[in-house]
Design a protein around this ligand. Sequence first.
Ligand code: MSP
Length: 507
Amino acid sequence: MTANFYITTPIYYVNGAPHIGHAYTSIAADVLARWHRLAGDSVFFLTGTDEHGQKVERAAQEAGLDPQAFTDRIAADFRDMAARMGISNDDFIRTTEPRHKHACAALWQRLVAADAIYLDHYEGWYALRDEAFYGEDELTTRADGVRIAPSGAPVEWVREPSYFFRLSAWQDKLLAFYDEHPDFIAPTARRNEVLSFVRAGLADLSISRTSFRWGIPVPGDPAHVMYVWLDALVNYLTAIGYPDTDAARASFWPADLHVVGKEIVRFHAVFWPAFLMAAGIAPPRRVYSHGWWTVEGEKMSKSVGNVIDPRALVDEFGLDAVRFFLLREVPFGQDGDFSRRALISRLNNELANDLGNLAQRVLTLLQRNCAGEWPAPAATTPLAEAAAALPGAVRARLDRLAFHEALEEVWRVIRAANAYIDHQAPWALRKTDPARMAEVLRVLLDTLRSVAVVLQPVMPGSMTAMLDQLGVPAQARDLAALDTAMAAGTPLPSPSGVFPRFVEAVG
Ligand code: MSP
């Protein structure tokens, strides 16, 4: 059954260049978008850039540029990053676009009409780095006396006129909503954090600022610009045409999945559904939070100088190896460490040896001994059954965003295929039992076809190459096509390696 599937990445702050953390969120969402397309769903996949707020304004000042010129430049860099990472987004939203300003103004007016907003003064702590307000009880004091938010960001005291959203009115309704939708926030650790935050009581939320200008003006009161998080979250509505309910994409709401990093769960799982419910709009179905990457054991930071540009990794190791590594190495939801050694080891062992060599051996044997054609279908074997079960096994894991488990399922089959070829020794059957040899090779071809089809979302380029080498027609590469056997006699083009081994340069 085909369904709509609307999936988003967070929109990235344009205060600095894209790094591996940004690429991670985007690649994970991309794999799901591609998987749903493969399953025949109608997918809308959104990414983009978060361009307003004081943090971006200051970064522009430091760069000596006007904020629009600055954000134009960095947004283009994020767009380039998406293209280089193979991100298959259907739209790229920038919050400085007219369509977005229009959507934000419309939502604001809906909130005003619902009496969800009032004017007052904000006085309290604000962390520029997080673009977030914090309560006194959440802070600690550094040795030099600076007050620090739980995220580690320094806070400053602000006092200014501000519009407030009546968040305090939503505590019970949010708790009831989480109760009715137990899958709304995952993984469980994040859900529990949100529940205890909301249970502790919600203060009304400051949603406008007057002390700087780089934002969307509040309708009817242009001395105020909207709080950057309200502005940012609305991007998910802008992209489907809000407030036009007849827009071509309007039926994609509610969004099926917001993929976010663990530090921005509160905004997506507390503020966002409250804003939406107050405006009479359905909340998204699911918010899934992933962990953070460190690099060779250290927190990534400009001052340490260990910030990794994912494009440099792709230049060195190839795009698919990088995509595979990021999802294979660490359970999604947990923190992980990026190390070159680990990447090279996954690339050489799992891609080059386990999968690349297997395909190469099978295809070479077929070229030499079976006229370079698909042999007739063979009687079923446990290996063939495991391969046929792969789409279901992978789907069940991807539905839980357990990318590493989905890949483990595929590698279980690949390892079984390697054991099968070694055990059956088709090269020896060539003289003694050529019919049996053809059967063995057919089982291996069927296995490789299933493996390559289900791996397309993770490694689109190399699996396209592998499916080309398997002679699978371009229009028969979705999950449903796996139900139809390949015709005997289908030609196999001459094989060439898909995953070269990586050899570290010496010296
Ligand atoms: N602009 C907000 C999001 C607004 S969404 C309505 C924002 N932007 S961000 O650029 O700071 O971060 C975007 C994403 O990158 C987050 O999901 C964050 O978790 C992810 N990462 C940034 N650094 C990261 C790591 N070191 N590791 C993994 N992901 C990290 O927040």
